[in-house]
Design a protein around this ligand. Structure first.
Ligand SMILES: Cc1cc2nc3c(=O)[nH]c(=O)nc-3n(C[C@H](O)[C@H](O)[C@H](O)COP(=O)(O)OP(=O)(O)OC[C@H]3O[C@@H](n4cnc5c(N)ncnc54)[C@H](O)[C@@H]3O)c2cc1C
Length: 403
């Protein structure tokens, strides 16, 4: 079996599209599966050299941190150069962004100071309101239009060649797996580090099936052929999920009901064994800086607040410049407080080791993870909790649809 087929068959693909760019769009195209996930489809049999390229760039099959003396590595949260909470001082950006609008504020700053020519990121598909497209944005208005998390499949690396070949500089915003794949691609394509000086990500609990969004639309009582706009979040924090009909009428659902009960149960399998839900390979990663109540995040609507982490010295330098320009308002955050804001991320990384063991027991091949402290984290966890995680994965692997 070829490498691409092995990756897909074992549930290791997260659908970023890196392989399509690396091997060529004439050989691999991304398409939506019947289960509602984006997956690479071979357009012709791949040569051995192509399969080797797939193996080199795929962050679903392999993730590795090289030892660094420059940046300290926190086992739970990865490389940390600076850690803050904050928000965009532009009230519209803060309101329209998912959390505190910090990623959009960074993007706007990069464009307005001409540090890059465009931002490559994800936005709603104008022809498919629940779907996503990858697009280059060059203005504040375009950045704002694309603000807000979209909890549905996106493949922002699938057409990367078209943007690299422009020979213009740009910042890339994507999920942790997208950025990790971009770093892997950079090892054999020097244009990536030359043209993309900033790689920005966010914490990610996983990519839900497209069917999740359609289930939300149905629950809201909106006919699919009447739907013209669908936003998963934003307009406040966390912001409501909103479906707009052709006649302008709108139905909405709170974040806890849409993400907690409909979208998150439909997250693809690969995300359950992801040790990098926090964007460890990015220059800057952002997240929801939830206030917590009784140890759990509190989703009461309020003004947005982001967790902001620089992971590289260049990420930190960029944040310093933006703060000095007055576009971000920030306060420092102790590392121990991240756990209160992001308990899911804290637990998932600890569970990955035994979830991989469960895969092995079911004769699945597993991703190669190195330098991510997974065994050390598992050893800090309760044996009963680990056993529950092992069994959960073992049983889940009987259902192949989510792969
Ligand atoms: C699938 C998914 C899971 C997430 N899980 C978590 C989590 O567990 N914990 C947490 O704290 N935060 C999570 N987030 C991120 C969070 O919702 C915010 O995006 C993050 O806090 C940044 O907020 P912001 O206001 O700075 O971003 P904004 O200013 O709103 O900018 C968001 C940026 O993300 C890009 N984007 C949106 N959707 C996608 C997508 N599907 N693929 C690639 N890029 C996209 C947009 O293009 C935009 O540039 C998740 C986001 C997604 C898309």
């Amino acid at each position: 079996m070829g490498e691409l087929a092995r990756i897909k068959r074992n549930g290791l693909c997260h659908g970023c599209g890196a392989c399509a760019t690396a091997v060529g769009g004439d050989k691999i195209k991304m398409s939506m599966t019947s289960a509602g996930y984006l997956r690479p489809e071979e357009q012709q049999p791949l040569a051995t050299a192509d399969e080797e390229i797939v193996q080199k760039v795929c962050s679903g099959a392999e993730l590795q941190h090289l030892p660094s003396t420059e940046v300290s590595y926190d086992r739970s949260w990865g490389p940390i150069v600076s850690l803050e909470t904050g928000f965009s001082t532009d009230a519209d950006v803060r309101y329209l962004g998912s959390s505190g609008g910090v990623i959009s504020a960074i993007a706007i700053h990069l464009l307005e100071t001409r540090a890059v020519d465009f931002i490559l990121h994800t936005s709603a598909d104008p022809n498919d309101p629940v779907g996503n497209i990858t697009r280059p944005s060059t203005t504040r208005a375009e950045i704002i239009e694309a603000a807000g998390s979209r909890y549905a499949p996106s493949a922002p690396l699938a057409d990367l060649e078209a943007y690299l070949s422009r020979e213009r500089t740009f910042a890339f915003i994507g999920k942790p797996c997208d950025v990790a794949a971009l770093r892997r691609m950079a090892r054999s394509d020097p244009r990536i580090d030359r043209l993309i000086p900033f790689k920005i990500s966010f914490f990610c609990a996983g990519v839900p099936s497209r069917k999740g969004a359609l289930a939300v639309v149905e629950k809201l009582g909106v006919e699919q052929n009447e739907l013209v706009k669908f936003s998963y979040r934003g307009r406040g924090w966390p912001g409501w999920t909103r479906a707009t009909r052709r006649d302008g009428s709108e139905e909405k659902m709170d974040y806890n009901s849409s993400w907690g009960y409909i979208l998150s149960p439909r997250v693809q399998f690969r995300c359950k064994i992801c040790p990098d839900g926090t964007g460890e390979f990015a220059d800057i990663t952002c997240a929801d800086a939830w206030y917590s109540e009784d140890g759990y995040p509190d989703f009461t609507e309020r003004d947005g607040r982001s967790l902001i982490m620089a992971r590289t010295p260049s990420g930190r330098a960029l944040l310093d410049t933006i703060r000095q320009a007055g576009a971000l308002s920030c306060e420092s955050l102790p590392i121990a407080d991240i756990r209160k804001m992001q308990p899911h991320q804290y637990n998932r990384k600890r569970a990955v080791f035994v979830r991989l063991l469960a895969m092995r027991f079911k004769a699945f091949s597993t991703p190669k993870y190195r330098g991510l402290s997974l065994l050390a984290l598992a050893l800090q966890s309760s044996p009963v909790w680990l056993l529950r995680n092992f069994l959960g994965t073992y049983l889940r692997l009987r259902k192949s649809e989510s792969l």
